[in-house]
Design a protein around this ligand. Sequence first.
Ligand SMILES: Nc1ncnc2c1ncn2[C@@H]1O[C@H](COP(=O)(O)OP(=O)(O)OP(=O)(O)O)[C@@H](O)[C@H]1O
Length: 485
Amino acid sequence: MPNKRKAAHYDIDFTLRRVFGKRSFRPTQREVITATLEGEDVFLQAATSFGKSLCYQLPAIVDFGITIVVSPLLALMNNQVASMRKANVRVETINSTTTATNKRRIMEDLQCGHPLTRLLYVTPEYCQLDSFRKLLRVVHSQRELARIAIDEAHCVSEWGHDFRPSFQQLRFFKDEFPNIPVICLTATATARVRDDIIQTLNLDPAKLKMFRMTTSRPNLHYEIRFKSDEEDHYADFLQFIKATHARRAENPARATQLATQNQRTDNVPGIIYTLFRKDCESLAHRLCADGIGAKPYHAGLPHAERADALAGWVDNRPGYDIIVATTAFGMGIDKENVRFVVHWQIPKSFEGFYQEAGRAGRDGKASRCILYYGREDRDRAASMLARDQARQPQKGAGVRAQQQQLLNRGKSLQALIEYCESTETCRHRLIAKYFADEGETPCDFACDWCKDAAALVRRKERGLASEEWCSTQRQMGRYEVDEYE
Ligand SMILES: Nc1ncnc2c1ncn2[C@@H]1O[C@H](COP(=O)(O)OP(=O)(O)OP(=O)(O)O)[C@@H](O)[C@H]1O
């Protein structure tokens, strides 16, 4: 166990400025950092882009010993390692992209018991390896194991939307090193998921410092655009993006301001999420043909092509304004000026929707989150779920967890359908309600309902296929689809 100090002994404000280049803490960051520095176990739930990473990165720098960060996302690990290295912090990662030589070097550093590494990012699977656990015991015996940070902690819970069985094995940390503080971080956890994480990781609820921040992102404008199979909603999107370019170009002050920031009036960075790989490519093609810079991004593309798309988009290069991606793109990529996130059809879960929409407006400026909702897509999503349920094994290890997962997926999808169909409440309020967040949800006309509820109702009546029609089509098996990709 590291030597404990009162957090007051550390000059965290100085480190915030010198290492992170930030002028002040955001609300509650100081309290979270202080609690973890004082050796408390911490649970932090806060909105997307709140600045959760700082809450374990800063303690890792000012404190003795090494902080182990467990993360499910390769992009997040590599991105954070790159940005912390720029700030001259000794940070390492062991994942599938780490070379054998680097891995050996990192392990030798741990083996000596007094590692120079301040932060080590690893996957949950890596934490299961005996060889790694042995090294942790060595570091711990030298009182150099400072804390364990579990990022995207909702992955621990079978009730969560992104369950990863290997996260459950992280219980090892508390079982083996009961005095080493653990900090769990997530943007998306319902009450049930929170309780499950705490129990699974063997944290003591009586001693745990719980920080639950608002889910609210007031700078995001949430909007549902209704569609049916009868109509191609591409035209609607094209009109939206062209109108945005035109508004910027018509405003000379804005155009000059963008030019001084080395940006173009037609550079409106955004992400379009689609569930199907084939849509990524055809949509990016269509946009390019209409003079809008767009690139596809999905796991089936060659690595070099994906890396080029990502780098061009992050750097605001001409031709790379919009990324058309399958789900999970952008998690862990901290691009500040994403001005819109579009869901081309209903996503798979409420939590997935919130996290993906949360890639927009990380600089705090107004940004749009548009979800194209059609009842035919809803029925496709439901048929996919039913098919997965029918296919799941009835016996064997892990069956109960899988069944629970599919049940949760169904509930989450149902909640998202209700969100899309709703014409009676502010969308910020509906999101808060889903996460049982009872705090304020300021919405200064930043959702379609608050902006014009009557128009929303009219658009819904005009835009959606009728339930009668969908029901007949369902009976004819018209909404059976291939796998999501
Ligand atoms: N005190 C601060 N002052 C200014 N910027 C900050 C501060 N803390 C964090 N940030 C910035 O906020 C952005 C979001 O931080 P971070 O990536 O940690 O978000 P997050 O809470 O993990 O969000 P998500 O769940 O969406 O990934 C980063 O650009 C980070 O540099």
